[in-house]
Design a protein. Structure first.
Length: 165
């Protein structure tokens, strides 16, 4: 079964009858219906006339300020930050000479010094003894003859199990 078949929504609509008490159904209907303005006014008047206004608990707003006013203030602050006045900053606006090492770029002398150092390193001889070089060459050298290499390859091929696809 493919993923499409598993997650496919059936085309037919199931008409399922819910078993619910009549009182619960009536409560759901009353809660979900919209009240008219007259009904809201009469309910409000009933609460006020009942004298239990002191026992009503009022929820204070989570935010102590008006969201629209706060967003307006924030917008003004951001707009003022976007306006950059170059005279307000204490940046060095004098012309700089890169060759004297001023500014953000490296002078050409730094590049030439680097190239000179690299040339010296390339021409420098390593202080390695002949025995050390011979040892390294022996490590790198393959000690098998061509026939021995062929025999090893054949042994590996014979021990490999071949599986047909």
């Amino acid at each position: 079964m493919s993923d499409e078949e598993v997650f496919r929504v059936p085309d037919e609509v199931l008409h399922e009858v819910l078993t619910i008490a009549q009182s619960a159904l009536k409560l759901i209907y009353e809660v979900r219906r919209e009240l008219t303005d007259d009904e809201v006014k009469s309910l409000t008047q009933d609460v006020i006339e009942s004298g239990n206004v002191k026992s009503l608990k009022l929820e204070l707003p989570i935010l102590r300020t008006d969201n629209r006013r706060d967003m307006g203030e924030f917008r003004k602050q951001m707009a003022s930050r976007l306006e950059v006045h170059i005279g307000d900053h204490r940046l060095p606006l004098d012309p700089v000479t890169v060759e004297d090492g001023e500014g953000m770029q490296l002078p050409a002398s730094a590049r030439s010094d680097t190239n000179e150092l690299l040339r010296k390193l390339e021409n420098e001889k390593l202080g390695v003894t002949r025995s050390s070089l011979q040892f390294l060459a022996d490590l790198v050298k393959d000690g098998f003859t061509e026939d021995e290499q062929w025999d090893i390859l054949m042994e590996q091929a014979m021990s490999t199990k071949w599986v047909k696809d």
